[in-house]
Design a protein around this ligand. Structure first.
Ligand code: 3PG
Length: 308
C-alpha cells in the first residue's frame, strides 16, 4: 500500500526543499501530507494518526503524538538535535527515530560567525569595535557544527582550540585545531566560546557560574546550540558582575526581555531560531530525511537511528 509521509513544520522549510521532498515522494508513489505553520500542538497529535512516516524540524514529537499514531513506523528529525523527540515513547511502540546529522551544520556555523561579527562590531552601531583575526575561538563540543566553525575560523585568521571528551584529539589536530585537556582551560583561553553541546540530561546548565567566570576579559559566548545547556541564572549573575563579557544566542533565554533591558549591548538574541534557516540547509536536511525514510522502508536501513 502507498506510504503516507507527513511533513509537519511549524517553521517551514524553504519551498524548494518542499518541492524536492514532494518530487522524491511522487517518484516512489508515496503520498506527502504537508502541514506547515500549524497553530496548535494538537494539530500534530491529530495529523499523525494514519501516517507511516513523519518528518519534523524542532516540532515537538511528544508521547501524546506517538501514542496517537496508529501506523507510524519512523520519525525523522530533519536536523541534528533530537531533544524534541520523545525517543522513549517511540521505542515503546517500536517506532524508529532518526536525525540527519551534518546536513545543516554549515548554515549554523555561518550564523555563529554572523553573530560573532555583530558583537565584535558593536552591533553595527557605528562605534569602534574589534576584529576576529588573531583572536582565539574555543569550540565547546567538536561535532559537525564544531568542525565547520574551525574551518571558517581559520579563514578569519583565528587561533582555534576545542574541547570534546568524545572526539579523538588526533581528529582535531588533523583539522588544524588545538585540543585542550579540560573544559576550564577552553574558557580560560578563549576570546570567543562557541557552544555546540547537544541538549541531553548530562549537559543541562553545563555552562555554569564557575565556568563562565573563568572567561578572559572581553570574551563573548556564542550559543547556536540549545538554551538548556547554559545556566541562565549564572549568566545573569556574571553579566551583572562583569560588563566586559558578552552573550549572543540563536535561542532566546527564558528571561530574554529582562536581559536585553538590563544588559543592552552585552547581549543579543535572534528574534527566531534561525541557524538552520537557509535554502541549502533546508534542501540538504529535508531531502536527507525523505531518502532515509525510503531507505528504511525499502531496505530496513537504520543507519541514522538515534533510539537504538
Ligand atoms: C538542529 O538541531 O538541527 C538545529 O537546531 C536546527 O533546528 P531547526 O530545524 O528547528 O531550525
Amino acid at each position: 500500500m502507498e506510504k503516507k509521509v507527513l511533513v509537519a513544520t511549524v517553521k517551514p522549510f524553504a519551498s524548494q526543499a518542499v518541492e524536492e521532498i514532494k518530487s522524491i515522494c511522487s517518484k516512489k508513489g508515496y503520498e506527502l501530507i504537508l502541514m506547515e505553520k500549524y497553530p496548535e500542538q494538537n494539530d500534530l497529535v491529530k495529523a499523525v494518526k494514519n501516517v507511516d512516516a513523519l518528518i519534523v524540524r524542532s516540532d515537538k514529537v511528544t508521547s501524546e503524538v506517538i501514542e496517537n499514531s496508529v501506523e507510524l513506523k519512523v520519525v525523522v528529525r530533519a536536523g541534528a538535535g533530537y531533544d524534541n523527540l520523545d525517543c522513549d515513547a517511540a521505542s515503546r511502540k517500536n517506532i524508529i527515530c532518526m536525525n540527519t546529522p551534518g546536513q545543516n551544520s554549515n548554515a549554523v556555523a555561518e550564523l555563529a560567525f554572523g553573530m560573532m561579527l555583530y558583537m565584535a562590531r558593536s552591533k553595527f552601531n557605528g562605534k569602534s569595535g574589534s576584529e576576529l583575526k588573531g583572536k582565539t575561538i574555543g569550540i565547546h563540543a567538536y561535532g559537525n557544527v564544531g568542525l565547520n566553525i574551525a574551518r571558517i575560523a581559520k579563514g578569519f585568521g583565528m587561533k582555534v582550540i576545542a574541547f570534546d571528551p568524545y572526539v579523538d584529539n588526533a581528529k582535531m589536530v588533523a583539522d588544524g585545531v588545538i585540543p585542550v585537556s579540560n573544559v576550564e582551560e577552553l574558557y580560560q583561553k578563549s576570546d570567543y566560546v562557541s557552544l555546540h553541546l547537544p541538549s541531553i540530561p548530562a549537559t543541562q546548565k553545563f555552562v555554569n557560574y564557575k565556568l563562565i567566570k573563568t572567561l578572559k576579559k572581553d570574551a563573548t559566548i556564542i550559543n547556536t546550540a540549545r538554551k538548556e545547556v547554559v545556566c541562565e541564572d549564572s549568566l545573569i549573575e556574571i553579566l551583572t558582575e562583569r560588563s566586559d563579557l558578552k552573550y549572543a544566542s540563536d535561542i532566546a533565554p527564558v528571561k530574554a526581555e529582562e536581559m536585553v533591558e538590563k544588559f543592552g549591548d552585552q547581549v543579543y538574541f535572534t528574534p527566531k531560531k534561525m541557524g538552520a534557516q537557509t535554502l541549502e540547509a533546508n534542501v540538504n536536511a529535508g531531502v536527507a530525511a525523505i531518502k532515509q525514510i525510503i531507505a528504511y522502508f525499502e531496505k530496513g536501513d537504520t543507519k541514522f537511528q538515534v533510539n537504538k
